[in-house]
Design a protein around this ligand. Structure first.
Ligand code: ATP
Ligand code: MG
Length: 223
């Protein structure tokens, strides 16, 4: 594998099991995202976009195949090692928010930095910097539970960026945003904030797919 590979998905098979039945999502998916590249994944509802993001984030495991993140085969690593690698290298914006509703925006953004062992002053500087970059400094002391769905999405995006990860995984990141905020987020993908970063983003939106360096189309598997 070349050293400029950020993500490599190799012959991945994913099947969900439940109630004695198996639900195949994909049989054999392969693709690569080079460092600094922006790859969009499109496809109809239920084709496996979120499943793919979870697999690349190491939150779920495939039945077959290999997934490499920055050259490391995450399918072969124990869970705690995958978590560490995720904390260091990946930022994830989930389709369904994973922010902690009872905490403030500041506290949600600060938490990953606590795990990284940053001092309180460094954490404050970093949180303020990221909030400013995403035009959401005015939410800083709000409880996440009180945010609108679109506001929550912007905070999730800021949180994914908080540890300055090399790779961003974005699952329908512009859902729930008004057209202006959507434009600002999409523009940021090619802007200074994300310069040099690798992006893997699922989307239903043409605007975003247009901006990507490449687009792959996942087909829905018929039952
Ligand atoms: N835990 C699970 N158990 C069984 N089936 C599941 C599970 N999670 C997802 N699926 C099924 O796997 C398929 C892929 O789901 P996934 O959430 O990846 O789709 P998606 O492409 O992200 O859809 P959307 O565009 O609606 O977000 C769907 O048919 C879904 O019902
Ligand atoms: Mg999805």
């Amino acid at each position: 594998m070349s050293s400029n590979s950020a993500i490599r998905v190799e012959h991945v098979r994913k099947v969900y099991d439940g109630h004695g039945k198996s639900f195949p999502v994909f049989e054999d998916v392969s693709f690569e995202v080079k460092k600094g590249e922006f790859l969009a994944v499109v496809g109809p509802t239920g084709c496996g976009k979120t499943t793919l993001i979870n697999l690349v984030a190491g939150l779920d495991r495939p039945q077959a195949g290999n997934i490499y993140v920055d050259g490391v085969n995450i399918t072969k690593l124990p869970e705690d090692v995958v978590s560490k690698l995720r904390r260091r290298k990946l930022g994830v914006v989930f389709q369904v928010s994973n922010l902690i509703p009872s905490l403030t925006v500041y506290e949600n953004l600060e938490l990953p930095l606590v795990f990284l062992g940053m001092s309180r002053d460094e954490r404050r500087r970093r949180v303020e910097e990221v909030l400013e970059s995403f035009w959401i400094s005015n939410y800083v002391h709000r409880k996440v539970a009180t945010l609108s769905v679109g506001e929550n999405r912007m905070v999730s995006y800021a949180r994914a960026m908080i540890s300055d990860p090399e790779i961003l995984l974005l699952d329908e990141p512009t859902d729930f945003l008004d057209p202006l905020t959507e434009d600002m987020m999409v523009a940021s993908f090619k802007g200074k904030i994300l310069k040099g970063k690798t992006l893997l983003a699922t989307t239903h939106r043409r605007k975003m797919a247009k901006l990507a360096d490449r687009v792959i189309n996942l087909k829905k598997k018929l039952p």
